[in-house]
Design a protein around this ligand. Sequence first.
Ligand code: G
Ligand code: G
Ligand code: MN
Ligand code: NA
Length: 253
Amino acid sequence: LDMEGALRGAIDSRAFHVYYQPKLQLRGGDIAGFEALVRWDHPSLGLIPPMDFIPLAEELGLITQIDLLVLEQACTMGVQCLARGYPVTMAVNLSSLDLKNPDLPTLVAGILAQTGLPANMLVLEITESFAMEAGLGQTSILEQLTALGVSLAIDDFGTGYSSLSYLKALPVNSVKIDRSFVRDIGTDSRDTMLVSTIVGLAHSLNLRVVAEGVEDHGQKDLLHHHHCDEAQGYLVARPMPADQVFAFLDQSA
Ligand code: G
Ligand code: G
Ligand code: MN
Ligand code: NA
């Protein structure tokens, strides 16, 4: 199976679907926004999850093209949500390779202009491992992105093991607590303590906190009790195809 040829062909034919997973605002219960999650629509293999092709796309230097296709779809979806009266944020995952491309801020600005999404409705998720290693050049790319008015979120927060100094150095607006900390929050008091400490740390730096992998009401209630801002996970909804987003918003309102 020629995966490389197929992936190149998929970029040319834009054969990527974007699924959307909502984030619930814990205070008030509104839907705060959605995270865009890519799937490759392969002609014979069906929908391929990101973990099965993103490493290859990175290796082949194709990831930025894919991420920009996802960004364009997510921004268009954001504009359509806004038109229906739902000013929700749209979060898009960036590969660390995207952030080595000095053209990225211009490309993002172009997609915002072309789709008409207000920049303050766009969140770019960068991984904690990228954040920890970000050098000077990459910091300036992040600064140019935030200068456009978009927000930056640290994904998988808490899984890195080095210093937290990047939180001060980088212009980030939120952190997403990795789901490995959320899973046992109801039964393991150390996880509860960690989550509560992460929320306190983040709030003291004026960062919003999103908990990932929230699967039951017990976890959600504990997160709310510990002042976490937003919850994402199967309890709120699984990632859904684009054609289910408006019905989901109507039913949640
Ligand atoms: O959708 P799923 O739950 O399988 O996502 C798995 C991982 O793939 C997530 O950690 C996410 O960060 C990553 N991912 C999903 N969509 C994208 C995308 O459009 N671009 C990049 N670079 N990563 C993505
Ligand atoms: O960007 P990130 O690495 O956080 O990607 C989110 C991934 O987590 C996606 O693969 C998504 O399908 C998955 N996911 C989302 N919600 C849940 C959940 O409640 N439980 C579990 N086990 N996985 C989830
Ligand atoms: Mn993410
Ligand atoms: Na994550």
